[in-house]
Design a protein around this ligand. Structure first.
Ligand code: ATP
Length: 374
């Protein structure tokens, strides 16, 4: 029996509306999947935690998370946190760093019938998560930005051989798994029969940092002879992604470029409401949608819970692979089928993708599908 302890951190604004939908969908998947047991542990984080405890990341949270198998993190409205209080930190970079969640895996997939700029897109961006340009996580102590004078500001970019090796290996393994899934289903990817990893960089300018990233990723290719590799300068990749996203399969990229490109990729297939994500390391994983806390639509029961539901689905599938647990893998597949049937066949959609369904109604419809199809 695969038994997993999952933390639930609802987050801010739309977080308390969408995260319970993800929990309810996983709980329903558990009902129809004998052999897995999920235990849920609710933990405060963000603005609610601050109001209750004086901390956006209450003391003891990291220690408690360490006793779990994974967790679901709702979006955090950190831009609205107090700037004059060191206890009002943005928690998610700290969590990513503390648990060494070095891979941010962000798929973009077209869904039949859902209006979008492109059809037949099926790509995944594998973004390095803990170094690069991000000043809140790229230093051991201190921040990666400094102001030597009031009129000069500097940013530091950190690229390491180890960080590049790990993210490249993660990307090649994902490409391999995607290839196997397609082969098993008898499907071809528009970019060709063989899985492909695209390495994104700007080594013509960042000769040392992007140079180290690309050279290290190319060394990893030797262990994956069945996978094709190409590489693009980030600017020409951005154009190619906007014009012909169907030609990409698995994309490996440094932190900041990856953050920008994954929002662009989400925009091509229907927007942020359809953009799930997983932060994964070797020991832990955290489900976290690509989108922020969407304060502009909070409290109206109209946010799209797809992204967080599918992020939680990615967590379950990650646990299934990690523990070689067929029941968790099968539950993950059931969720994926139910969610896509709800959108494509039942045409139940939230307003961001042209529908009229509420957040709750979408969650209920996915659960009904799961129960119906078992
Ligand atoms: P962050 O910097 O924290 O990632 P952001 O500034 O990119 O946040 P979001 O909170 O992601 O901003 O919101 C961007 C836009 O996307 C807003 O108009 C918001 O309403 C919309 N949006 C984000 N998530 C969803 C969702 N799940 N469902 C519907 N609309 C969403």
């Amino acid at each position: 029996m695969g038994s997993y302890r999952i933390g639930v951190l609802q987050g801010d604004d739309i977080g308390p509306e969408i995260v319970p939908q993800a929990v309810a969908v996983l709980a329903a998947a558990q009902e129809v999947s004998p052999g897995i047991e999920l235990e849920w542990i609710d933990m405060p984080i963000g603005a609610r935690a601050y109001a209750e405890t004086g901390y956006t990341l209450p003391p003891g949270t990291l220690e408690r998370l360490a006793g779990m198998d994974g967790w679901i993190l709702g979006p955090l409205g950190h831009a609205a946190y107090r700037r004059d209080d060191p206890n009002a930190v943005n928690p998610h970079p700290l969590i990513r760093r503390h648990f060494d969640l070095y891979a941010n895996i962000r798929p973009s997939r077209s869904i039949r019938g859902v209006p979008a700029l492109h059809e037949d897109v099926d790509l995944v961006i594998v973004r390095e998560n803990n170094e690069g340009m991000q000043p809140d996580r790229n230093m051991h102590r201190g921040g990666g930005e400094i102001m030597p004078t009031p009129d000069v500001a500097l940013s530091t970019r950190v690229i390491t051989r180890r960080g590049s090796q790990r993210i490249a290996r993660a990307a090649f393994e994902i490409a391999r798994a995607r290839g196997e899934t397609r082969r098993a289903a008898g499907l071809a990817h528009p970019c060709g029969e063989r899985p492909t990893v695209s390495i994104i960089h700007k080594r013509s300018v960042f000769k040392l940092t992007c140079g180290l990233f690309v050279d290290t990723a190319l060394e990893i290719t030797r262990d994956f002879p069945e996978i094709d590799v190409d590489d693009f300068h980030v600017d020409s990749f951005a154009m190619a992604l906007a014009m012909k996203p169907q030609r990409f399969d698995t994309v490996v990229v440094t932190n900041m470029f990856g953050d920008i490109l994954s929002d662009l990729a989400a925009g091509l297939v229907g927007g942020l409401g359809l953009a799930p994500g997983l932060n994964a390391g070797d020991t832990y994983a955290m489900a976290q949608a690509t989108h922020g806390s969407a304060p502009d639509i909070a409290g109206r029961n109209i946010a799209n819970p797809y992204a967080i539901i599918m992020s939680a689905q990615m967590l379950l599938a990650w646990l299934g692979r990690k523990h070689s647990d067929p029941a968790a893998l099968s539950a993950g597949e059931k969720i994926e089928r139910a969610v896509h049937a709800t959108l494509a066949r039942d045409r139940i959609r939230t307003p961001d993708i042209g529908g009229g369904a509420t957040t709750d109604a979408f969650g209920r419809a996915v659960i009904a599908r799961l129960r119906q199809e078992g």
